[in-house]
Write a protein of this length. Structure first.
Length: 482
């Protein structure tokens, strides 16, 4: 089931990820670094506010909905009321901020940002609802619809000359239309202000530590953009963010799709069959996560010049070539921590440990940014991110053993590393990045080398599974012939 759900989530996140690549290609060619910087700052701010104020609702949906299968309405009405209350609060604070701020340009961006916070939060709630119900196909359709609408409207509005505002309005329209469609028929029958106080306390007890951790994770991923704008200018943020998003739309998206498929199954296994069954799924999740993450990270490190020259606009390419390898490594480390080691805190209900991990990483990131950005500029910011994410992986692995001991990979991790190193060697031999077709050829050949290594080493039982599939296919074909 894990492989099947992962394949569905590959479509669910892979196709929007491809559209994310298209967004970078378009926006880095139509927007100046300054305009792209403004767009990136508002998006980062909206994500940070969502992490601080709304994430506990999403986390509670994923953790508690399976327990309320027979009376979903009692649970969902609590989520809906939480969303309404927090949205009223953010609107009031946003209006007060606009009244106090004397910069008309940033007043406009703050208002757009508040609207973006609302639609992003509602979209995320409905997306997590689909995921909690083990409906990866619905999840994929919603994600794809949002990506298509956001890109289409954003590109048109930017071409009309709206600059950063156009890109933000396009994203907002995509989120709003998708969220309205996804929520149709789900929430209308619920009675507002009907709350179960015991449930609210359980959600807060579980979700608030996760909210703090997720908010610190958002600080870890976005503080570099904000500090670059502070120390240098918005153009520096735009140049930096383009390479960062490019890596996140590849390394991050592919590793996320494994997590999206695995985590609900692991939670169900823990609830129904106990820790032993959950650990077996955790082991499979770790193998699949590394099997996807290691090669794609290596590809971006080795072929960074090709990705930068093909996917980024001319003004962004030089910086992209320098930063993309570091972004890929940073994204890989963050994904391994979030999608494997941190799961111990969720399953063991010791989410306060994750707070320790993320607060340490966030502090390290801010301190290193304060130290390195004035000296090394953009390169200093990405080095700070790598150091902070690496420290978070180590600390999460240490503390996770106390919350919910994670399984051993039984040598599979070494096999994956060997296969990746062989693939890297082939990349150095055949790498050609002068055009997109040659880049794709290099990736295809190296991927075949990698898969051949996995077959030889029979990782994850892939060779046995393939032989069974071939035998089954042969029997079916013979039956049809007869």
């Amino acid at each position: 089931m894990l492989l099947r759900h992962s394949a569905i989530y590959l479509f669910a996140r892979g196709v929007p990820g491809i559209l994310g690549f298209a967004t970078i290609v378009i926006y880095t060619r139509l927007l100046s670094p300054e305009a792209y910087g403004q767009y990136s700052i508002v998006v980062a701010g909206a994500l940070l506010i969502n992490a601080i104020l709304y994430h506990w609702l999403n986390a509670s949906l994923l953790r508690f909905l399976p327990q309320y299968r027979d009376n979903e309405a009692d649970f969902l009405v609590t989520v809906l009321n939480g969303f309404i209350f927090i949205s009223f609060l953010t609107g009031a604070v946003g209006a007060l901020l606009v009244l106090m701020w004397d910069d008309p340009d940033w007043n406009r961006l703050v208002l757009i940002g508040i609207l973006l916070v609302w639609v992003q939060a509602w979209f995320n709630i409905n997306l997590e609802l689909a995921r909690s119900r083990l409906a990866p196909t619905r999840y994929g359709v919603i994600s794809l619809f949002k990506a298509v609408v956001a890109l289409a409207f954003g590109a048109v509005l930017v071409l009309w000359g709206l600059g950063a505002d156009g890109a933000l309005f396009g994203l907002m329209i995509g989120l709003l239309v998708s969220a309205v469609w996804a929520s149709w028929g789900e929430w209308g029958t619920l009675r507002l202000f009907q709350l179960d106080s015991k449930l609210v306390k359980s959600m807060l007890a579980y979700g608030l530590p996760l909210t703090a951790s997720f908010a610190l994770s958002a600080v870890l991923s976005s503080s570099d953009r904000l500090m670059l704008a502070w120390f240098i200018n918005e153009s520096a943020t735009g140049l930096y963010a383009a390479g960062q998003v490019l890596s996140q739309q590849s390394v991050g998206v592919l590793m996320t799709m494994v997590h999206l498929a695995a985590f609900p199954l692991i939670v169900q296994a823990l609830e129904r069959s106990g820790p032993k069954a959950a650990r077996e799924l955790l082991r499979k999740n770790a193998i699949l996560l590394l099997a996807v993450g290691l090669p794609i990270t290596a590809v971006f490190i080795v072929l960074a010049p090709g990705f930068a020259n093909i996917f980024l606009g001319k003004e962004f390419q030089a910086v992209g070539i320098e930063l993309i390898p570091w972004f890929a490594l940073s994204t890989f480390l963050a994904s391994v921590r979030a999608y494997y080691f941190d799961l111990a805190f969720f399953l063991g209900k010791r989410t306060q440990f994750q707070l320790v991990v993320m607060s340490t990483a966030a502090v390290l990131n801010v301190v290193f940014n304060l130290w390195l950005i004035p000296v090394y500029g953009l390169l200093g910011a990405v080095h700070a991110s790598v150091v902070a994410n690496g420290a978070a992986v180590v600390l999460s692995a240490i503390l996770g053993c106390r919350a919910f001991p994670l399984p051993s990979l039984n040598g599979d991790g070494i096999r994956l590393l060997v296969a990746t190193l062989v693939m890297v060697a082939s990349l150095f031999i055949i790498s050609d990045t002068e055009s997109i077709l040659r880049l794709l050829l290099s990736i295809t050949v190296s991927s075949c080398v990698y898969l051949a290594c996995l077959l030889v080493m029979d990782l994850y039982g892939i060779r046995k599974a393939m032989m069974r599939y071939i035998v089954t296919f042969k029997r079916t074909l013979l039956r049809k012939i007869d």
